[in-house]
Design a protein around this ligand. Structure first.
Ligand SMILES: C[C@@H](N)C(=O)N[C@H](C)C(=O)O
Ligand SMILES: [Zn+2]
Length: 240
């Protein structure tokens, strides 16, 4: 990351989500590889990147799996939803968090400890295993996804997965469009993000505003964004 791509705003876009009570409904985690809808592609990114402990599959709560198929059905003919990540082991979340804090502290040595942590948590959740406020990917209710077209190509969204820059903010191109003319490519990124937002949010997911690829259902981030008084998914472990 270069200094002109400072990860600002450095505040977490969701506030006070930790106070939302969790009434755990004990739905099981299901393997996305085992779902044969013909509409989903499972490409576990952290396994592909060689992160130790990352699974070669994506697991989500049962209802979330059903909702992902529903979202994929809303795509144009031949398009598929690509699932990059779902439930995460503690070791994977910790490695992602530590690596990003280290990267930020190298790139921005002048940052105070507080600013470093705030900036890091904008893009990678602290690996909190507290029952009252678990990291979203510990609940089986968080997914990282994109769209693949009928040629098997990923739609261009303007950033790669886990590119932690301002342009990863879901509304980045919408806001740019309000103040200047977008290039043809930028128009495409904006429209592709709109399509992903549409199929996911009309299927019951909420989007995390700092990442166009991250969606939630049932956990505290979802409850916060959809004004639900309680969350239904808390900390869950994968039975092996
Ligand atoms: C690391 C990235 N893919 C992601 O999922 N970020 C959110 C904020 C998280 O770690 O919970
Ligand atoms: Zn995510």
């Amino acid at each position: 990351m270069n200094r002109n791509d400072n990860p600002l705003p450095h505040v977490h876009p969701l506030q006070d989500w930790k106070k939302i009570p969790i009434h755990e409904n004990k739905e099981e985690l299901v393997s996305m590889q085992s779902i044969d809808s013909g509409l989903l592609l499972v490409k576990p990114q952290y396994h592909e990147k060689g992160i130790v402990g990352a699974l070669n599959d994506c697991y989500v709560r049962r209802e979330v799996a059903i909702m992902l198929v529903e979202a994929a059905r809303k795509l144009p003919n031949g398009y598929k939803l690509m699932i990059w990540d779902g439930w995460r082991p503690f070791s994977v979340q910790s490695q992602l968090y530590d690596a990003y804090v280290n990267q930020l502290s190298n790139d921005f040595p002048e940052f105070s400890e507080e600013r470093l942590i705030e900036s890091a948590r904008q893009f990678v959740s602290y690996p909190n295993e507290d029952e009252e406020s678990p990291a979203p990917h510990f609940t089986g209710g968080a997914v990282d996804v994109t769209i693949v077209d009928s040629n098997g190509d990923q739609l261009q969204m303007g950033t790669e997965f886990d590119e932690f820059t301002n342009s990863a903010w879901t509304k980045f191109y919408e806001e740019k469009n309000n103040t200047e003319d977008l290039t043809e490519d930028e128009e495409t990124f904006m429209k592709n993000r709109r399509l992903l937002q549409h199929v996911m949010t009309t299927s019951g997911f909420t989007n995390y505003p700092a990442e166009w690829w991250h969606f939630d259902h049932g956990n505290q981030w979802w409850a916060k964004q959809s004004n639900e008084p309680v969350a239904k998914y808390g900390l869950v472990k994968l039975e092996t």
